[in-house]
Write a protein that binds this ligand. Structure first.
Ligand SMILES: [Zn+2]
Ligand SMILES: [Zn+2]
Length: 362
C-alpha cells in the first residue's frame, strides 16, 4: 500500500516550506523572505447552515475517529495525524505539513492568526508578571521556543432570533416601623426599628433577543472552560476556509457533535434570556414562574479559531495557559510558588511579633 503523504506549500522562489504570516494575508518564506498573497474572500454570513435540517440528520455528521499515518515529504518520517489533525509541524524537521479534513462537515471559515509567536510570548510574560507567587521557573520556560504552540480550534457558532414569554412576580420594597422588645441591662424595653418588606405584583410579558455567532468549542483537545473565557472572538474578520491559513500551525477537526454543541449553546442562551426577563420584570426583587422561548431562523457554522497554547508541569501538576491569537487575551490556571508564599507568611509573622514585643515592652 502506498503511504499517504502530507503536503506543504513550497516557495516559488527557493522551494522552502512557506507558512502563514500572522496579521497579514500572506504565505511567507523564512528562507528567502518571499511572500505570496492568500487571495481568499471574507466569510459570508449568508453561507451559514440551517440548524434544523442538519440536526434532523445529525448522526450523518458525527466525527470520524480515525488515526492516520502520513509520510513527511521533507524528511520521510512517519507522522501520526492523531485526533483528525488537518495540519501540524513535523516533529523531526519542523516542516509545516497539511492534509485534508476528514470529518463529514468541513470547516466553514478560518479566523487567521493576528498575534505572532513573539507577541504571544510577550502577552504570556505580562500575564505571569501579574500573578503573585508565580514560580521563577515559569518565566524561564516561556522563553523557550517550544513553550507555546499555535493551534486552530474548531468551534460551532450559532445564530438564533428568540422571542420569550414569561410569567412571574415583581417585588417592590417598602419599609415599616415596628416595635421590638429587647433586653437592655436585664430589663425588657421597647425600641422602634425599620423593617424591609416586599409587595409582590403578578406580571407577564415578553422579551426578544438576537444571538449572533455564539461560540461553543467543538473539540475537547483543550479544556472548554478555559476556551470559553477567550471571548470575544472577532468573527466579523472570518475568512473562507483555505488550507494555506493553516500552514505552520496545528489544526484540529471537531470531535464533539453538533447536537452537543447545540445543547450547550441553548443553555448559554437560556441563562442570557433569564437575565433579560429579570431586567424586564424590574422592581427590587423578581420571581420567575415560567419562560417559554421560540427560537427562529437558527443557523450555525464551523469556523477554526486561532490560539497560542502552553501546558507545563509544576510541583507534579499540569497547568494550561491559552491566548486568544487575535485579541491577545490570556487565560490560564495559576500555579503558586510555595517558597514565595512561605516567605511572605514568615515575614508577616515577624512584623506582627515585633509589634507585639514593642507593645508589651513600652
Ligand atoms: Zn523562499
Ligand atoms: Zn519531517
Amino acid at each position: 500500500m502506498m503511504p499517504l503523504q502530507a503536503k506543504f506549500y513550497p516557495c516559488p522562489n527557493c522551494g522552502g516550506a512557506m507558512t502563514y504570516l500572522p496579521a497579514t494575508k500572506n504565505l511567507h518564506c523564512d528562507y528567502c523572505q518571499s511572500d505570496e498573497v492568500i487571495d481568499v474572500e471574507r466569510f459570508d454570513s449568508d453561507s451559514k447552515l440551517n440548524l434544523d435540517s442538519y440536526l434532523s440528520k445529525a448522526t450523518e455528521y458525527h466525527p470520524k475517529k480515525i488515526k492516520e499515518i502520513f509520510d513527511c515529504p521533507s524528511c520521510g518520517a512517519d507522522i501520526n495525524f492523531e485526533e483528525s489533525t488537518i495540519s501540524k509541524l513535523c516533529p523531526y524537521c519542523n516542516t509545516p505539513l497539511l492534509t485534508s479534513p476528514n470529518n463529514p462537515l468541513k470547516p466553514s471559515a478560518v479566523l487567521p492568526f493576528v498575534v505572532n509567536h513573539k507577541e504571544a510570548q510577550g502577552f504570556f510574560k505580562k500575564w505571569i508578571g501579574n500573578i503573585w507567587f508565580a514560580p521563577n521557573a515559569l518565566s524561564a520556560f516561556v522563553d523557550t521556543q517550544k513553550a507555546l504552540n499555535g493551534l486552530y480550534i474548531p468551534f460551532w457558532i450559532f445564530d438564533a432570533d428568540t422571542v420569550s414569554q414569561y410569567e412571574g412576580e415583581r417585588g417592590d420594597a417598602y419599609y415599616v416601623t415596628v416595635n421590638k422588645r429587647v433586653y437592655e441591662n436585664g430589663k425588657e424595653v421597647v425600641v422602634q426599628e425599620e423593617e424591609r418588606r416586599i409587595r409582590w405584583t403578578p406580571v407577564s410579558g415578553n422579551t426578544s433577543r438576537r444571538f449572533r455567532d455564539l461560540p461553543i468549542t467543538a473539540t475537547n483537545i483543550l479544556p472548554s472552560k478555559l476556551l470559553a473565557k477567550l471571548e470575544p472572538w472577532a468573527t466579523e474578520e472570518l475568512k473562507n476556509f483555505d488550507l494555506r491559513w493553516l500552514s505552520g500551525y496545528s489544526t484540529y477537526e471537531y470531535n464533539l457533535t453538533l447536537e452537543e454543541g447545540n445543547r450547550e449553546a441553548k443553555s448559554v442562551m437560556k441563562s442570557i434570556i433569564n437575565d433579560d426577563v429579570l431586567r424586564s420584570i424590574g422592581g427590587d426583587e423578581q420571581r420567575v414562574y415560567s419562560i417559554s422561548t421560540n427560537y427562529l431562523d437558527e443557523k450555525f457554522a464551523l469556523p477554526l479559531l486561532p490560539v497560542w497554547s502552553s501546558s507545563f508541569s509544576y510541583a507534579g501538576k499540569e497547568y494550561n495557559i491559552i491566548i486568544n491569537a487575535v485579541s491577545g487575551k490570556v487565560v490560564g490556571e495559576r500555579p503558586y510558588s510555595y517558597w514565595k508564599i512561605l516567605f511572605l507568611v514568615v515575614s508577616i509573622l515577624i512584623v506582627v511579633g515585633v509589634g507585639v514585643w514593642f507593645y508589651n515592652n513600652h
